[in-house]
Write a protein that binds this ligand. Structure first.
Ligand SMILES: *[C@@H]1O[C@H](CO)[C@@H](O)[C@H](O)[C@H]1NC(C)=O
Ligand SMILES: *[C@@H]1O[C@H](CO)[C@@H](O)[C@H](O)[C@H]1NC(C)=O
Ligand SMILES: *[C@@H]1O[C@H](CO)[C@@H](O)[C@H](O)[C@H]1NC(C)=O
Ligand SMILES: *[C@@H]1O[C@H](CO)[C@@H](O)[C@H](O)[C@H]1NC(C)=O
Ligand SMILES: *[C@@H]1O[C@H](CO)[C@@H](O)[C@H](O)[C@H]1NC(C)=O
Length: 463
């Protein structure tokens, strides 16, 4: 039962093309069972290798085959794996891991942690797993969803991040020491995404715990970013959180900014908050006016709108998904096809791609094994998942089998990337008395959009 319930929401759905009557990426019909088993095998290869060789460190180093701490000292891969285990229906392993985490993870440690990464991975990972656990068949404690071991851990981790928000602007520092707070002499320069990527987790935490502080700090940071946009409506890449002055003035949708836009939209959906959506739509106008050329998005100077870097970055791959999420199917389609062309040219997305030259940028040829960045990440809408399905099956079909058996490297993608940030917007209204509605995405318009999308895909194929 949990399997059937969860599949439509998660990774596996991206690999069940026949359920949508859709052909595979090359026009062939992929066998869903084949992909399903392949993903499972990849996950367990990565997961078991981590447990055997790297636990309790954060991550597995695939070449030396040992463990090391990366973003803290939290056995991070286990936290990353929690919701994946539920999506794959492995409740017993999930329960074992919850106990291991409770016994082993301590956030009272002298570690300099990234505020952003700790939020999206630790707080977000724990919250998703906490909210997902009941419908996956896990026995939850009385008072759930306002009580539970993973929620308590998420809250503890999030409290460790709060000192970073104590700045004159309310925009957070990028790094905080979990034991001592912000280090003296810490750089006040934070990237835009590092300021605007909290509302989904922090608002959820505030609803579940009844403590408004999390949502409040996230909202203040969002407001200050909004007020800091240029006269032509663009934000830059890095800002000084003490003075509010832009330090890096390149404006684009990729690295350093990306998830800020994503969280405005997802925050708007999760909280049914029109103000957040209005902010995004204003940005979207300026982005389209100044940075879009032939359905590519370039980097421009945030005050003048002049092109500074004509590149596409793999981290920008979330954008068509975001466009489809707001119902902008035409633009989503066109941009997606641009990115898909790059994918086909190289068999993956290079980190930087020079658009006029039609080739990779020197020293940025690498493909950091993100399956199309978030292009393959199944997100809120079926439409978005459909897009994931395309790239997901492409990813799997093109992956050299040697890289699969050789190392856990590729597999980390399956532990970490795919299920994160996916689930919260699906959460139905909860029954906590102090909880405002955690509203689900609007199913009917999304369903409609999916058909539009599939139709356009069909006609673009025929051409
Ligand atoms: C759950 O995961 C554990 C650890 O990888 C594995 O031994 C077990 O077979 C899995 N159970 C199922 C039902 O897949
Ligand atoms: C954290 O950063 C501060 C300031 O850069 C440094 O002095 C300190 O040694 C670091 N602590 C750890 C545990 O790395
Ligand atoms: C679009 O750009 C032009 C200048 O190139 C400017 O005059 C106009 O106001 C901009 N419109 C929006 C919606 O940003
Ligand atoms: C969620 O709560 C809101 C406000 O209380 C209500 O309007 C909406 O119908 C609820 N949605 C569901 C799916 O229960
Ligand atoms: C797309 O094409 C397939 C096969 O030709 C067809 O079954 C499907 O209904 C089409 N979808 C849409 C939305 O037009």
């Amino acid at each position: 039962m949990p399997f059937r319930l969860l599949v439509p929401l998660g990774l596996l759905c991206a690999l069940l093309p026949l359920h949508y009557g859709a052909p595979g990426p090359d026009g062939t019909a992929p066998d869903p069972a084949h992909y399903r088993e392949r993903v499972k095998a990849m996950f367990y290869h990565a997961y078991d290798s981590y447990l055997e060789n790297a636990f309790p460190y954060d991550e597995l180093r695939p070449l030396t085959c040992d463990g090391h701490d990366t973003w803290g000292s939290f056995s991070l891969t286990l936290i990353d794996a929690l919701d994946t285990l539920l999506i794959l229906g492995n409740v017993s392993e999930f329960q074992r891991v919850v106990e291991v985490l409770q016994d082993n993870v301590d956030f009272d440690i002298d570690v300099n942690a990234s505020v952003f990464e700790t939020n999206i991975r630790v707080v977000g990972g724990l919250l998703s797993a906490h909210l997902l656990s009941k419908r996956a068949g896990v026995e939850v404690e009385a008072g759930w969803p306002c009580s539970g071991p993973l929620l308590r851990m998420a809250e503890e981790a999030a409290r460790k991040l709060l000192p970073a928000f104590q700045t004159p602007t309310g925009m957070p520092y990028g790094t905080v020491n979990l034991l001592h707070g912000v280090n003296p002499g810490e750089t006040p320069v934070t990237c835009t995404a590092g300021i605007g990527t909290f509302i989904v987790e922090f608002a959820t935490l505030s609803s579940l715990t009844g403590d408004p502080v999390f949502e409040d700090v996230a909202r203040v940071a969002l407001m200050r970013l909004w007020e800091s946009r240029s006269d032509i409506g663009l934000v830059g890449n890095h800002i000084d959180v003490l003075t509010g002055k832009w330090v890096a003035q390149d404006s684009g949708i990729g690295a350093g900014v990306d998830s800020y836009f994503e969280y405005l939209v997802k925050g708007a959906i999760l909280l049914q908050d029109k103000k957040l959506m209005a902010m995004f739509l204003e940005y979207n106008k300026a982005i389209r006016n100044y940075t879009r050329f032939d359905d590519w998005y370039l980097w421009v100077q945030m005050y003048k709108g002049t092109v500074s870097m004509p590149v596409f970055q793999s981290l920008e791959a979330y954008w068509p998904g975001l466009q489809s999420l707001i119902g902008d199917i035409d633009n989503a389609m066109r941009t997606f096809l641009n990115y898909y062309t790059v994918w086909k040219q190289f068999g993956g997305l290079p980190e930087f791609y020079n658009i006029p030259q039609g080739y990779t940028v020197e020293k940025r040829e690498g493909y950091p094994l993100r399956p199309g960045g978030e292009t393959a990440e199944p997100k809120v809408s079926p439409l978005h998942r459909y897009q994931g399905l395309m790239v997901g099956s492409l990813f799997l079909s093109r992956l050299p089998s040697s890289s699969i058996s050789r190392e856990g490297l590729v597999m980390n993608v399956f532990i970490i990337l795919l299920p994160q940030l996916v689930f919260l917007p699906f959460t139905k209204n909860q029954s906590c008395t102090h909880s405002p509605a955690l509203a689900p995405a609007q199913a009917s318009s999304v369903e409609e959009a999916r058909f539009l999308f599939l139709g356009k895909l069909n006609s673009s194929r025929k051409k």
